[in-house]
Design a protein around this ligand. Structure first.
Ligand SMILES: CC(C)(COP(=O)(O)OP(=O)(O)OC[C@H]1O[C@@H](n2cnc3c(N)ncnc32)[C@H](O)[C@@H]1OP(=O)(O)O)[C@@H](O)C(=O)NCCC(=O)NCCS
Length: 325
């Protein structure tokens, strides 16, 4: 450090390589530091210390390792060596990014740069690397926080324009919530054996093949239901033990409301739950109605769905998470 922090930062040597299993704890630390630096300042809920991300990071490594990159630098160059007296110095991960590729649909899952390493081109380079292997004609999409002008500008300047609001719902379901009327929909437990049927529903609901992701969701703690009508699989829904609802999809837009209402009632019936949560696009009116009806409220600032062009039938889909859509 030469007394002019900025000029040192500008010359910091940043190198890029593909992520490995051993990088995952540090990737979580960078994720948390990058988010909390602006969330806390804005009075939003901070990302907790517990690393609940590693299972998804492992899934990315397994299926999208080609698009999972880390940026390394000598962090002393950013901090003057005073940030962490317990560290002996040396190169560390200062940012990382990962994109998912499912056929001709590419989704930027993650892009995070340590606050002290921001503004010198690391995010822009990682964005490019996260697109490795994506066909030129692929739809490119991501979900951002509407509170974050830097990421939204970065993506929009690269052709991913805001298309939809993604409203975060949260809250304790109201007392006495009853299982909704399902009409001719018949729910049954969802197991990995039903993945071919889920892929058919996805083909009708959005056109993106999420088979490998469904296998991940169903083997990493999500509970699920498959809904049939006269024997034919027409909708699915998954929930997490922490109260998150999604993914959910239906062949007909009209079915998403009872399906999501069923999910909230199932979570509430399962035991006392502090908070049920979901991220729903503005287009998915049915899911919104079900969540309003259940007594939930808006939770945090809305997200934005950005994409290079319109895709999917969003009126019948509830995302699995902000990081995986
Ligand atoms: C968004 C983020 C990844 C960008 O990384 P970064 O390394 O700071 O970005 P870069 O230095 O490569 O700059 C990227 C673009 O943002 C612009 N930018 C960077 N810092 C900026 C600032 N403080 N104000 C306005 N624009 C800024 C740059 O001009 C650049 O634009 P261009 O390449 O189109 O000319 C980083 O800010 C971050 O981790 N933020 C917190 C977490 C987050 O929001 N992640 C996105 C999840 S969707």
């Amino acid at each position: 450090m030469n007394g002019d922090g900025k000029s040192v930062k500008r010359t910091a040597e940043v190198t890029y390589r593909r992520a490995e299993e051993a990088d995952l704890p540090r990737a979580f630390a960078v994720f948390r530091a990058a988010l909390n630096a602006y969330l806390v300042r804005a009075g939003q809920e901070a990302v907790p210390d517990d690393d609940e991300q590693s299972p998804s990071y492992r899934h990315f490594l397994e299926h999208d390792g080609e698009r999972f990159w880390v940026a390394e630098a000598d962090t002393d160059e950013f901090t003057g060596g005073h940030a962490d007296p317990t560290r002996a110095g040396g190169r560390e991960i200062v940012g990382w990014g990962c994109g998912l590729l499912r056929g001709d649909w590419w989704f930027l899952s993650s892009l995070f740069v340590l606050p002290e390493a921001q503004g010198i081109g690391v995010g822009a380079r990682l964005f490019e690397l996260a697109g490795t292997g994506a066909p030129a004609e692929a739809v490119r999409a991501t979900i951002t926080d509407s509170l974050q002008p830097i990421s939204n500008t970065l993506y929009a300047r690269r052709g991913l324009l805001p298309r939809e609001v993604v409203v975060g719902f949260g809250g304790r379901p109201r007392e006495g919530l009853r299982r909704p009327r399902l009409g001719s929909l018949e729910p049954g437990p969802l197991t990995p054996a039903a993945i071919p049927e889920l892929r058919e529903i996805d083909a009708a609901a959005g056109g993106v093949d999420r088979g490998v992701d469904h296998a991940f969701y169903l083997t990493s703690g999500r509970r699920g239901w498959l809904f049939r009508r006269r024997g034919r699989a027409v909708a699915y829904l998954m929930t997490r033990g922490d109260g998150w609802i999604g993914p959910a999809a239906s062949v007909r837009a009209a079915d998403i409301e009872p399906v999501v209402a069923f999910g909230v009632a199932a979570l509430a019936r399962h035991g006392p739950i502090e908070k049920v949560r979901a991220g729903v696009t503005g287009r998915c009116e049915g899911a919104q109605r079900a969540l309003w009806e259940a007594g939930l409220v808006f939770d945090g600032t809305p997200g934005l769905l950005l994409s290079s062009r319109l895709f999917g039938r969003l009126d019948r889909y509830v995302p699995a998470s902000y990081g995986m859509f």
